[in-house]
Design a protein around this ligand. Structure first.
Ligand code: PGA
Length: 251
């Protein structure tokens, strides 16, 4: 069985002090969550202190991006092994905001994913269609291209350990969630793509998260879908009570 993952993407919010305060508030609220992989993704500068604060709580730490080289003359970049050094176990790659504002492409997502895996991090690879792509009937072809190119050349055993986040761009930060059925339809499609490209074991094991305005009141319906294995949460992860309510969806 696939272990559910609830991941909070804090984006460009919170100082070191605010981030550690949030973790300290969160810890007791999620202590009884049971069989859920809990992940939070603070800004780079807060990672190490949040890692210390989260120590022993079972809460995992993710970075929001990484570079694909280990070291060198690459001003401003951070290597996967340094994220590990800072306490990360996971890294988000190819979030739609990075694709939209920072020139991220499937090719760079592919390089970053391979580098993250080589460093022993669990990559959370994001895909998703824009409103225009959905309305013009291109959702499935867009997702197919993103999955195929982002995961090109990765071995099936590697894909089995990955996390994929399906985040329809029109649902991110807009308060519009995909319906349970709309989300499930794309999740099932992604799983069938993984089956065709990487085989049964990878398709059974890969965890596919939904992201886009996940809140305490819609998480249960989403998590009830056969191919939805968790959530990538933005806005609602910035407050301990709402994120804890999402983490505790099954309690
Ligand atoms: P949201 O963000 O929950 O605020 O819509 C989700 C995301 O961008 O990962």
């Amino acid at each position: 069985m696939r272990k559910p993952v609830i991941a909070g993407n804090w984006k460009l919010f919170k100082s070191i002090g605010e981030s550690t305060a949030l973790i300290n508030e969160l810890k007791p609220l999620v202590a009884g969550a049971g069989n859920v992989e809990i992940v939070v993704a603070p800004v780079f500068t807060a990672l190490n202190r949040v890692s210390d604060a989260a120590s022993g709580s079972g809460i995992n730490l993710a970075a929001q991006d990484c570079f694909w080289e280990e070291e060198g003359a690459f001003t401003g970049e951070v290597a996967p092994k340094l994220l590990k050094d800072a306490g990360c176990s996971h890294v988000i790659i190819g979030h739609s905001e990075r694709r939209q504002y920072f020139g991220e492409t499937d090719a760079t997502v592919n390089k970053k994913t391979k580098a993250a895996m080589a460093a022993g991090l669990t990559a959370i690879v994001c895909v998703g269609e824009t409103l225009e792509e959905r309305e013009s009937g291109r959702t499935f072809s867009v997702i197919e291209e993103q999955i195929q190119n982002s995961l090109a050349g990765i071995a099936p055993e590697g894909v089995a350990g990955l996390i994929i986040a399906y985040e329809p761009v029109w649902a991110i930060g807009t308060g519009k969630t995909a319906s349970d059925e709309q989300a499930q339809e794309v999740h099932a499609f992604i799983r069938s793509l993984i089956l065709n490209l990487f085989g049964q074991t990878a398709s059974d094991a890969v965890r596919i998260l939904y992201g886009g305005s996940v809140k305490p009141d819609n998480v249960k319906g989403l998590m009830g879908q056969a191919d939805i294995d968790g959530a990538l949460v933005g806005g609602a992860s910035l407050k301990a009570d709402s994120f804890a309510a999402i983490v505790n969806f099954g309690v």
